[in-house]
Design a protein around this ligand. Structure first.
Ligand SMILES: CC(C)(COP(=O)(O)OP(=O)(O)OC[C@H]1O[C@@H](n2cnc3c(N)ncnc32)[C@H](O)[C@@H]1OP(=O)(O)O)[C@@H](O)C(=O)NCCC(=O)NCCS
Length: 335
């Protein structure tokens, strides 16, 4: 069995900055409300006049990650692409990145696990490397939320939270023992699917039906979130996933050098930080600048933390996420 190790990281966010005050132009909200409840000050939303899409942003982040890995696109054996906001209903974003980057006809797999998408994607890639099937895997998390949010007061409980962006990692085979991904832990609880959901259009209710109904009250094609319910489950599941990861490796909370929690809400991250009694320098948050970018959030935060020199060789890095499904999980890394 081999181990897998991150050898390249990259992220890309659209240039267009949307502050909380910008949102007040089309919905009844305030900078104070958003910051107090979520910690978010601004987010990036794609300017529709630009070329950016979920796949394009994913490809831009990937280019940086591949270059930093010291590889070329031709060295990549497989793509795992996580998103809840693909450019098309099908095919997925993985094949688009394969095309945009003009890569050989390698396999491309899409992961649909929302906020924990990147954790799932890393775990999948790790298994392929451990068994020896692939050597270098490109793992991407990318989201274009702004294209599908309800930009009016009715949608404010959801819309203010989400942002666009992408991140990518190159996961590579290593012969080093006790280095790289030590373990990953994945969970789901589908009975809560409807608490954080985008129902339509779907094969149950297809586009012509929604158009024919012409129902102004219909919100099924905008994301729905039972905010407080999600919040309560998130704090519990985040903690469980971190504890599970530490226990599996005989580690203690004091061993954590860097915790990268999925950027769902700064209040959730602060709750977790307090629970594990971690000093500020051992947790990285950037939701203030980017909002919640779901499958892209962990990898954007990991890349930024690494760029800022906050992650050093041999550090114990813990990634954890929770989101729609419900799905949640953690990845424990010895850097
Ligand atoms: C979404 C969230 C910030 C809402 O905060 P909350 O304190 O639960 O707020 P509520 O939904 O109970 O709404 C409280 C009031 O604020 C209002 N409100 C909602 N969004 C608002 C906004 N953007 N601006 C101003 N007021 C808003 C509501 O209409 C409600 O008004 P009412 O009391 O007159 O009915 C919070 O529940 C949360 O962060 N949940 C977890 C979300 C999450 O992590 N999602 C991603 C999962 S990975």
């Amino acid at each position: 069995m081999y181990n897998s190790k991150i050898i390249g990281l990259g992220y890309y966010v659209p240039e267009n900055v949307v502050t909380n005050n910008h949102l007040t132009a089309f919905m009844d909200t305030s900078d104070e409300w958003i910051q107090e409840r979520t910690g978010i000050q601004e987010r990036r939303w794609i300017d529709p006049k630009t070329e950016d899409t979920t796949a394009v942003m994913g490809a831009k982040a990937s280019k940086i990650a591949i270059e930093r890995a010291g590889l070329t696109k031709d060295d990549i054996d497989f793509i795992v692409f996580a998103t809840l906001s693909p450019d098309m209903y099908f095919p997925g974003g993985g094949v688009q990145v394969q095309d945009i980057l003009e890569m050989p006809t390698i396999g491309a797999l899409d992961v649909r696990n929302q906020c924990s998408g990147f954790i799932y994607a890393m775990s999948v890639a790790d298994q392929f490397i451990k068994t020896g099937m692939y050597k270098n895997i490109l793992v991407i998390g990318a989201e274009n939320h702004s294209g599908g949010l309800e930009k009016s007061t009715r949608g404010r409980g959801v819309t203010v939270i989400f942002g666009d962006g992408a991140g990518a990692a190159v996961l590579s085979r290593t012969e080093e023992k006790d280095k790289g991904i030590l373990s990953s832990h994945l969970h789901s609880e589908g009975k809560h699917a409807k608490e954080l959901v985008l129902e339509g259009p779907s094969t149950k209710r297809w586009v012509p039906e929604i158009i024919a109904a012409n129902d102004a009250e219909d919100q099924s094609y905008f994301p729905y979130m039972n905010g407080q319910f999600v919040f309560k489950h998130a704090v519990t599941r985040f903690s469980e996933a971190i504890v599970e990861g530490l226990q599996a490796n005989n580690l203690q909370k004091e061993d954590i050098d860097m915790l990268i929690p999925h950027q769902a809400n700064l209040r959730i991250a602060q709750f977790i930080q307090k629970k594990f009694q971690l000093p500020n320098e051992n947790v990285y948050n950037n939701i203030m600048k980017y909002g919640n970018t779901t499958a892209a959030s962990v990898i954007i935060a990991l890349t930024e933390a690494w760029e800022k020199g906050k992650i050093k060789d041999n550090d114990l890095v813990v990634l954890a996420a929770f989101g729609s499904g419900f799905t949640w999980g953690s990845v424990i890394i010895r850097w």
